[in-house]
Design a protein around this ligand. Sequence first.
Ligand code: DSN
Length: 412
Amino acid sequence: MSIDTPTSPLRHQDPEVAAWLDREDRRQRTTLTLIASENHCSAAVRAASASRITDKYAEGYPNRRYYGGCEVADGIEELARQRALQLFAGAEDANVQPHSGTTANLAALVALAGPGGRIVGMALKAGGHLSHGHDRSHTGMLFQARQYGVDGKGLIDLDEVRRVVREHQPKVLIAGGSSYARNIDYAAFAAIAREVGARLLADVAHPAGLMAAGIVPSPVGIADVVTMTTHKTLRGPRGGMILAKKDCAKAIHSAVFPGAQGGPLVQQIAAKAVAFGEALQPDFRAYQQKVKANAAWLAECLVAHGLDIVTGGTDNHIVLVDLRRFDVTGAAVEERALAAGLAVNKNAIPDDPRPPMVTSGLRLGTAAVTTRGFGRDEIAKVADVVVGLVRGNDPERFRPVVHDLCEHFPLP
Ligand code: DSN
């Protein structure tokens, strides 16, 4: 029984933790989440995640476990795998065990590059991800990593990618990022990788849901391995997943377990299966279409009010605002936004002169508010609030409009 019910045993046994969880529930209900990596999953997904199977150890893979009593875990994992393969048509193999996107990337890099192997990924500052070879990440410490940036407009420059790849001769080329708002030419990346005999790893953690719905181009069938998280646009539970071509599958499985993880979180795998089942329904495509349309409209509204957007717009759910023109930091706007009831995150922009805890950018995303049911009118109101905050208006002024939106568009 989850905390969602008034009779949850947690309320009686541990009122202190229950109070914190209630507070989080209230926070989410009364805040508009514009953090591009967050979403609101369904009650069914949360129910699976809170189920009794959390007790079960299931090291290994279906029908090859190191513990007895895994027949249910086997059934759940196989169901999640089959649904994943149906959702991402063309994928040859799926591993649903990674606890997170970073674990998935670490395992994939070990499998494809080997310990100490050479890798090339997009720099975090350019829109990449820590786990793509950043020097503070194990991927930057345990592999010989080089990184590519973006051009003056914030776009991936394939000639630059090719130059870095030819120079570094990696075993793995990584495509994808955490604040890149444009489609990626995966076929071109694959061709560059092939030139030096490298494998292509596509990290689609952010646009995975849009890809599953066929709204943006997908690397499935092109890249050797595709990693993702299941909780962003895909709207599932917190966790990771790896899709692989058949010839990489064995290495990927052993890199996840026993390489990077012990027992899988079977309750999360069950929740992933539920989320994949939801994503296979026709209304998921309609949802993703709205996510993308809302992001494009948000970018348009912000530009109309004089804000700069990195790359000038978006092809997915992300809108990356360049704040330099207003001489305000990402950290300052993040704080003001919170006071107004908006959860956003400060984010580096390409060649950001400010450090990561300050930044000159703001990353916005439309997945969570679209789950609440937002359309053009509501997005226009949100854009007005963001503009007001960037221009330095008192956040209190915007609380009523945010409150009203939260009331009219409740969480699922
Ligand atoms: N937390 C993810 C994101 O916000 O994109 C990256 O780790």
